[in-house]
Ligand binder design. Structure first.
Ligand SMILES: Nc1ncnc2c1ncn2[C@@H]1O[C@H](COP(=O)(O)OP(=O)(O)OP(=O)(O)O)[C@@H](O)[C@H]1O
Ligand SMILES: [Mg+2]
Length: 246
C-alpha cells in the first residue's frame, strides 16, 4: 500500500482553463495505448509546465484513467510547497531523488491521494546535479515499471533552455507536450526546443499555448497551425484568466 497524502492547496480553476485542459486530456487519450510516459516541458522557466502537468494529471485521474504525476524537476522542485503536500501520518516525505539515489523503496515514495486513480511521486529533496541519476538505468526502469501499472505517467521537468535534464528525460519518454507562454517566448527559442526534442528522440505530442492574453493568441495561433499543424496538429489554448490576474 502506498502512503496517503494530503494536498491542501488546490485552487478551483475557471471554466475556460478546465475546458482547455480537458481538450488536451481528450486528445492525449486518442494517441493510442503506446503513449504512456508523457513529459510536460517548455523552453524557458515560468511558462506553466507544473501548472499544466498537475491539472492534466488531476483531470486524467478524475476521468478514471490510472495516472501518476512525477515531479522530475530534481533541481528546483516546488510541487510540495506550492500545493502543500504532506503525508497523512505526519512522517517525512520521500520522493524521486530519494528513490534514485538512496535506494529507498518505491512504495515508500509514491503517495496516493483523494483521487482514486491519481498517485504522485513527488521530489522531496533537491539536488545540485541530477544528470547521472536521470541517465541511470534505475530511472528508465522505474518509468517502464510504472508504465505497466499506470495508464499515464506525467513528468513535470525543468525547462529545456536551462539544463539538459529535459532531453535526458525525453529520451526515455513516449512523447512531450510543449508549453509555450503566449506572447513571451520568442519563436526562435521555440524552434530550438522542438529541434532539441527531435534530437532527444522524443516525439512532440502537442503544443499548449499558455497564459494567453488579449490580442496575443491570433499571432501565435496562425504561426503554429501553419508551421506545425500538419505534423503535430494539437494546440491548446489556456485562457485569458492569467492576464486578468496579472
Ligand atoms: N493557465 C494558467 N492559469 C493561471 N495560472 C497559471 C497558468 N499557467 C501558469 N500559471 C501560474 O504561473 C506560475 C508559473 O507556473 P508554473 O510554476 O507552472 O511554471 P513552470 O513552467 O513550471 O516554471 P518553472 O520553469 O520554474 O518550473 C504559477 O504561479 C502558476 O500557478
Ligand atoms: Mg515547474
Amino acid at each position: 500500500m502506498n502512503t496517503r497524502c494530503k494536498i491542501l492547496e488546490q485552487p478551483e480553476l475557471p471554466y475556460s482553463v478546465e475546458e482547455a485542459i480537458n481538450r488536451l486530456r481528450i486528445n492525449i487519450s486518442f494517441l493510442g495505448s503506446d503513449i504512456r510516459k508523457i513529459m510536460i516541458i517548455s523552453s524557458e522557466p515560468n511558462e506553466g509546465k507544473s501548472f499544466i502537468a498537475m491539472n492534466l494529471w488531476r483531470q486524467m485521474a478524475s476521468a478514471g484513467e490510472k495516472s501518476i504525476l512525477i515531479d522530475a524537476d530534481l533541481r528546483k522542485s516546488v510541487m510540495i510547497d506550492n500545493y502543500k503536500i504532506s503525508r497523512e501520518d505526519g512522517k517525512e516525505l520521500w520522493g524521486l531523488s530519494h528513490y534514485l539515489s538512496d535506494n529507498k523503496k518505491l512504495v515508500d515514495c509514491i503517495l496516493s491521494t483523494d483521487l482514486e486513480n491519481g498517485d504522485i511521486l513527488p521530489n522531496a529533496n533537491n539536488i545540485v546535479n541530477p544528470s547521472l541519476l536521470l541517465e541511470s538505468r534505475r530511472f528508465s526502469d522505474l518509468l517502464n515499471q510504472l508504465a505497466e501499472e499506470y495508464r499515464y505517467i506525467f513528468l513535470d521537468v525543468p525547462p529545456l533552455g536551462l539544463v539538459s535534464d529535459g532531453e535526458r528525460i525525453g529520451n526515455v519518454c513516449d512523447g512531450a507536450v510543449l508549453v509555450v507562454r503566449s506572447g513571451v517566448t520568442p519563436k526562435g527559442i521555440i524552434r530550438n526546443s522542438i529541434a532539441q526534442l527531435e534530437r532527444a528522440g522524443c516525439p512532440l505530442l502537442g503544443i499548449v499555448l499558455n497564459r494567453v492574453g488579449a490580442g496575443e493568441n491570433k499571432y501565435y495561433g496562425r504561426y503554429y497551425s501553419k508551421y506545425y499543424g500538419k505534423h503535430y496538429g494539437n494546440k491548446y489554448y489556456t485562457d485569458k484568466y492569467y492576464s486578468q490576474k496579472e
